[in-house]
Structure formats: structure tokens, C-alpha cells
Design a binder for this molecule. Structure first.
Ligand SMILES: CC(C)(COP(=O)(O)OP(=O)(O)OC[C@H]1O[C@@H](n2cnc3c(N)ncnc32)[C@H](O)[C@@H]1OP(=O)(O)O)[C@@H](O)C(=O)NCCC(=O)NCCS
Length: 274
């Protein structure tokens, strides 16, 4: 068996989308990557296809490793191996090579998030040297009752992204960082209530995702995030609200105070100093 890595930029988007779908077969949540989903992922997360790799066994593509890059830091944005090629050391071999390539590019840190319950994934990343930074949690709430509709001011997503970059914690997970928030576009919408800010996915849909919540440091501890979220629930009634498991555990109170229920899946935010 000969393993090799080929630049993902040598393949079509639809091929990569299909290979990623097959690499995540039997995953904790169903993953179906279409060409459109992949294009959004590439743009929003800053994935660099010329640094991303298709894992090839003999002549056959058996997996993908998507690499996103910003300055001195890269992120393993997705890693998946087709089910019949798993648990044979291919994942370890690919990770070791991806780390060497990041070092050769002059980077100083590689980051990733992995589902805590994904034994093989956590084992693999710890084996190649990644360390846990913190647990990331998610929440859900159906049809919350809310009557206190304060006036929410709609703002440009770019202004929210600037606030997150300036006031948010410095090592936020990639998807919550100001740089990623900056890539969100309508129909997503950003709102402000005094010193509290949030970003939500298309509010016309039945399911709405809360993609960012920020309270400026000077106004923290006064329950402003709860007022903001309850106002959102009142503005858009009869919705199912989702918070992906990408929020630092210490931010969980924001969602618990408005009655949101923890998701069963959580993630580890991990980092490797190169
Ligand atoms: C996670 C994944 C990339 C690992 O690749 P792989 O080729 O299976 O990994 P390896 O064979 O190199 O094994 C890595 C470690 O995980 C362990 N492992 C592999 N499969 C396992 C399983 N089913 N259960 C528990 N541990 C497992 C191995 O024992 C090895 O540790 P060890 O060397 O200490 O024994 C692969 O399983 C996969 O694609 N899974 C589906 C998608 C996914 O979970 N991606 C990661 C999301 S961040």
C-alpha cells in the first residue's frame, strides 16, 4: 500500500464535495456536502485548496484534509477518510504530513475542533501532539415564549465582525472569530441592543442559528445578552433556535439563562504549536 497526498486544487469542487461526504459517512451528525455548501465553506472558513490535500492510496482517493489559513495559523477545517480505509493508520500518516507541510510554510500554530465523543478523532489528534484548549458547547430551543420585545437595531455584519475582533476573546474558535463573522452575508442578519450584539442565520427559515453573541466588556454582568436573546425570540416567534457546539463552555450561561437546552454533542478546541 502506497499513500500519497495531492493538492486539492487539482480536483473539481464537486469531486471534493463528494469525497468529503464519503469521508464523513457514519458520522455523529449526517453530513451531505453539495457543491454549493462546499463553495460557502471555502469562502467563509478561508480554506486554501492549494494547501489542502486529497489522500490517495495507490491510485485511489480515500480521504481529504481541508486546510484553512490566516497569517501564521492554519486550521484543519475537515478531515475524513472513506469508511473502508479507516483505522489502518492512514489518518495518522496524513496528519503527520499535514503538520510537516504547515511547518514548511512557516506557520506557528495549527488549530482544529473535534467532537468530544469521536474517540478515533480525539486519539489521532492527541497522538500527533494537539492539546485541548477548552470544551465547546451547543444549545437548542423550540418555540420560546417571549413577550419583551426591545427595539433591536439592525447593523451591517461587517460592523459586528469589527466589534468581535476588538472585544471578543483572542483565541475564539475559528468559526466564531471576527474574521469568519466578516464573511457572513445576507440573508444572515446582525442586530444590536445597546452594548450587546448578535448574528443570526436567515430568520425567514423555521430553524435559525445564532452565529455570534457579544457584549462589550464594560457592560458585561448585567444580563444584557439575555435581554438581547429574548428580544430576538419575540421578534421572530415560532422558530427553532440553534447554537452550534462551537461556543466556549464559559459562554454557556448566555444560552442557559434564556432556557436553551444543551446539545448532547460537544467539541474540543485543540491547538498544536508548530
Ligand atoms: C478520524 C479519522 C480521520 C481517523 O483516521 P484513521 O485512518 O481511522 O486513523 P488511524 O487509523 O491513524 O488511527 C488513529 C488513532 O485512532 C484510533 N482509532 C481508529 N479507529 C478507531 C475507532 N473506531 N475507535 C477507537 N479508536 C480508533 C487508532 O487506534 C489510533 O490510535 P493508536 O495509534 O493509539 O492505536 C477517520 O476515522 C475518519 O475519517 N472518521 C470519520 C470522519 C471524522 O471523524 N473526522 C474527524 C472529524 S474532526
Amino acid at each position: 500500500m502506497t499513500l500519497s497526498l495531492k493538492p486539492a486544487s487539482e480536483y473539481s469542487i464537486s469531486f471534493l464535495a463528494d469525497l468529503m461526504t464519503r469521508g464523513f459517512e457514519g458520522y455523529f451528525v449526517p453530513i451531505h456536502i453539495t457543491e454549493a455548501v462546499m463553495i460557502t465553506m471555502l469562502r467563509r472558513d478561508g480554506i486554501d485548496l492549494s494547501s489542502s490535500r486529497v489522500l490517495v492510496k495507490d491510485e485511489e482517493p480515500i480521504g481529504i484534509g481541508f486546510i484553512a489559513r490566516r497569517g501564521w495559523t492554519s486550521r484543519l477545517a475537515a478531515m475524513g477518510i472513506v469508511s473502508n480505509s479507516r483505522s489502518g493508520g492512514a489518518g495518522t500518516w496524513a496528519m503527520q504530513n499535514l503538520i510537516e507541510e504547515a511547518k514548511a510554510r512557516g506557520e506557528k500554530e495549527m488549530v482544529l475542533e473535534v467532537i468530544e465523543q469521536n474517540t478515533a478523532g480525539v486519539k489521532l489528534y492527541e497522538k500527533v501532539g494537539f492539546q485541548k484548549i477548552r470544551r465547546l458547547v451547543g444549545y437548542k430551543l423550540e418555540n420560546p415564549q417571549a413577550d419583551s420585545a426591545h427595539d433591536l437595531e439592525e447593523i451591517d455584519i461587517r460592523d459586528l465582525a469589527r466589534q468581535v475582533t476588538y472585544h471578543g476573546i483572542k483565541d475564539l474558535p475559528w468559526q466564531l472569530s471576527g474574521t469568519t463573522i466578516m464573511q457572513h452575508t445576507p440573508p444572515s442578519r446582525a442586530f444590536r441592543l445597546n452594548d450587546a450584539y448578535c448574528l443570526i442565520s436567515n430568520p425567514d427559515a423555521t430553524d435559525i442559528s445564532i452565529s455570534s453573541v457579544l457584549v462589550k466588556a464594560r457592560s458585561r454582568g448585567a444580563g444584557l445578552s439575555g435581554v438581547l436573546l429574548r428580544s430576538l425570540f419575540a421578534k421572530y416567534p415560532n422558530k427553532i433556535w440553534h447554537v452550534s457546539p462551537i461556543y466556549p463552555e464559559e459562554m454557556g450561561f448566555i444560552f442557559e439563562q434564556v432556557g436553551m437546552m444543551p446539545e448532547t454533542l460537544s467539541q474540543w478546541q485543540m491547538s498544536l504549536t508548530l
